[in-house]
Design a binder for this molecule. Structure first.
Ligand code: F6P
Length: 378
């Protein structure tokens, strides 16, 4: 009689910043692997750290029930990297410990849900010999080789609603309101919500801005009888001067050969980053001086990452999660499950890791924004 085969056992973790849709994805992976394919599934807490510290949670029908609509991640998350993790006060490479624990738990695959950083870390684990499958998650929508990431649609809805609400108060007070939107170094969230919310100015990292051009667009609106403006600014957007300084510092670091030069270039970069933190406030002040319109700032912050996922994100996360189950069943590892049109596609992690999807200069949304009279700061 043929020996019954052991059911596959998979681990799952969520890493990096949280985003709406993570639980929907965990449920998608979990229900497909557990219910459809009869596998076992173990959740590891707080990203890669849970895998190092053996902090886990058995995922069964009960734990997977009722989480589709819940924000955050039932597994918890962290920004810990396997190869550079602070343990007992020291930064250490914990890759070997992770490999040992993977074997100890008899895992056949580890599923990592995360953004750009997680894809890189997952590739490292794959190169260390583990079977890995990843899913693309982030409100920034900047993961390479996928049409979309889950979390983005919800964050875009939240930012759009905020821009809608800012319109009425900016209108009543004849003010400029500068709304800072997340997105790290990519402009997707600001461009999408700015377009959907009808922002008068949209500033994204991909297009360094000239503050004079923005002021002129606002003054033109005033001359035409509209005495208020909404400026949607990405947290990573910067003026042409700042962008030039950043590029020079990055090049300096690239070229640095000695320890001393490297240290100096790093300090320069850090100083620029600190200066950038006050960017939105500085921009609002500058626009007030140039236009003589009172200016206010709204920083949307973590509101964009919280709460229940939108219908679009629930569907995306569920279909990516279920496709992930299929790939594990087929033993197709070392890939990210990308969204491609209405379907999905496995993309080798090597093609994803270390790359960032930014808004291309010829993207149709940019042209659309210009056509409806939006100032892009250039
Ligand atoms: O990647 C998601 C994101 O929210 C970015 O938009 C933002 O720059 C970053 O995370 C904030 O990170 P943290 O949660 O570590 O403050």
């Amino acid at each position: 009689m043929a020996k019954p085969t052991q059911p596959k056992r998979i681990g799952i973790l969520t890493a990096g910043g949280d985003s709406p849709g993570l639980n929907a994805a965990i449920r998608g992976v979990g229900k497909t692997c557990l219910g459809y394919y009869g596998m076992e599934i173990i959740g590891f807490r707080d990203g890669f750290r849970g895998l190092v510290e053996n902090r886990r949670i058995k995922l069964d029908r009960t734990t997977l029930a009722g989480i589709l609509t819940v924000g955050g991640t039932i597994l918890g998350t962290s920004r810990d990297k396997p190869h550079r993790m602070v343990v007992d006060g020291r930064t250490r490479d914990m890759t070997e410990t992770i490999v040992d624990n993977y074997d100890k738990w008899g895992l056949d695959c580890i599923v990592c849900l995360g953004g750009g950083g997680t894809q890189k870390n997952a590739l490292r684990l794959h190169q260390a010999g583990l079977n890995v499958v990843t899913l693309p998650k982030t409100i920034d929508n900047d993961v390479a080789m996928t049409d979309a990431t889950f979390g983005y649609a919800t964050a875009m809805d939240i930012a759009t609603e905020t821009i809608d609400r800012l319109h009425s108060t900016a209108h009543s007070h004849h003010r400029i309101i500068v709304a800072e939107i997340m997105g790290h170094r990519a402009g997707w969230l600001t461009l999408g919500s700015g377009l959907a919310g009808g922002a008068d100015v949209i500033l994204i990292p991909e297009i360094p801005y000239d503050v004079e051009k923005i002021a002129e667009a606002i003054r033109r609106r005033s001359r035409n009888g509209t005495n208020f403006s909404i400026v949607a600014v990405a947290e990573g957007a910067m003026s042409r001067d700042d962008a030039r300084a950043l590029l020079a510092a990055e090049k300096k670091l690239e070229r640095a050969r000695t320890l001393h030069d490297k240290k100096e270039a790093k300090l320069e970069l850090a100083a620029l980053e600190v200066r950038h933190q006050g960017n939105t406030l500085r921009l609002a002040r500058h626009l007030e001086e140039l236009t003589h319109l009172e200016s206010r700032v709204t920083i949307l912050g973590y509101v964009q990452r919280g709460g229940t996922p939108s219908a679009a994100d629930r569907i995306l996360a569920t279909r990516l999660g279920s496709a992930c189950g299929d790939l594990i069943h087929e033993e197709h590892f070392g890939v990210m499950v990308a969204a491609r049109g209405d379907g999905t596609e496995p993309v080798p992690l090597e093609k994803v890791a270390g790359k960032r999807k930014i808004v291309p200069p010829d993207h149709t949304w940019l042209q659309t924004a210009r056509h409806v009279g939006t100032c892009l700061g250039d």
